[in-house]
Design a protein around this ligand. Structure first.
Ligand code: SAM
Length: 316
């Protein structure tokens, strides 16, 4: 097996505690998360919630509040697990993240962004690796488009990423973000968000699409078939931009027995040619698991489990 760019032994204790097999959320992320929980009167709820329980988000303010208090930290840890791959379960996945976010201009599409867990965990990890001098501090501009149906979740994501801005800038990372209303069931809003991404993230060195924790809505609420034409459109545009696509889901029954086999069957038939060459190899689907230090329950180390579907562009 080829040597990874980011070896487990390189990971700083501020992100991965080897002896406990435990992830620690990036400091820039957890400190803003705690401040937001206090400002929004959600700290008590977050301290008492089960990270695997609670709503999967939705359009109402209460949905966003409950998701933020209960599931947000698990969603962040799941993305961190994909980015760092501390147990070496995910082939060269961490290399793709590390190479793409090493410097220059990057275009990132985060859908649905919810309260921003995926982008915040990804950029928080890169910042922490730079701080620990594992990665060089090359200037990095991230042209980020966040799409999401809930106005409340979009505003939480903006607040979170704005709150992390100073800490990221100290590590040479600038986020240029645009937040866009998006409904995966609506063709027009999908074309609009893709237009926004084309327009906002121009001439980037690399493009990335992250879709995280969507199984509750797509499988749990039976919406996958209605969403497929719009997801197909996203994937076609991602292919044209030679993007890497990461679809990150938990290892719940809903995801593992429901959504993921359906995605695999659908991708097997419908992928754009740029993604087809790599598809079906051992890199396309993988899983991992770890514990994570809960950011507000000091004695709690809940498990986090990940299923990852990866699309990598190759020359047609
Ligand atoms: C479990 S959250 C995941 C959010 C984020 N990716 C994360 O990892 O925390 C699912 C998100 O899907 C959003 N959502 C629900 N229905 C949607 C729709 N029709 N179109 C777009 N987003 C939707 C919810 O508002 C919620 O924020």
């Amino acid at each position: 097996m080829t040597k990874r760019l980011l070896m487990t032994s390189d990971l700083p204790g501020t992100l991965w505690q080897l002896t406990d097999g435990m992830l620690v959320l990036p400091a820039a992320l957890s400190s803003v998360y705690c401040t937001m929980l206090m400002d929004k009167n959600l700290m008590h709820q977050a301290r008492n919630a089960d990270s695997d329980e609670g709503p999967v988000g939705g359009v109402k303010e209460e949905d966003t509040r409950r998701h933020f208090a209960s599931r947000f930290s698990g969603s962040s840890a799941r993305v961190q697990l994909a980015v760092l791959d501390p147990k070496d379960h995910l082939r060269n996945t961490s290399d793709l993240f590390v190479k793409a976010f090493s410097g220059g201009k990057i275009g990132l599409l985060d859908v649905p962004c919810g309260a921003g867990a995926a982008s915040a965990a990804l950029l928080g990890c890169i910042a922490e690796l730079r701080k620990a001098k594992v990665l060089p501090r090359e200037p990095l501009e991230v042209f980020l488009v966040c799409g999401e149906i809930s106005t409340y979740a979009r505003s939480y994501a903006e607040e979170l990423l704005d709150g992390m801005g100073k800490e990221l800038e100290r590590e040479g990372i600038w986020i240029k973000k645009k937040s866009v209303p998006w409904n995966v069931l609506d063709a027009e809003s999908t074309t609009s968000i893709l237009y926004a991404w084309m327009d906002w993230a121009r001439d980037c060195r690399e493009y990335f699409v992250v879709m995280a924790n969507f199984s509750g809505f797509l499988q749990g609420q039976g919406k996958l078939n209605d969403a497929k034409p719009q997801l197909d459109e996203i994937i076609r545009w991602a292919a044209s931009r030679r993007s890497s696509v990461f679809w990150i889901e938990p290892q719940t029954n809903l995801a593992v027995k429901g959504l993921i086999p359906r995605i695999l069957a659908w991708f097997g038939l419908r992928l754009p040619s740029r993604f087809r060459q790599q598809w079906g190899t051992e890199k396309s689907i993988a899983g991992s698991d770890a514990l994570f230090q809960h950011p507000v329950r000091v004695d709690s180390r809940p498990p986090v489990r990940l299923s990852l579907i990866r699309l990598e562009a190759s020359e047609p």
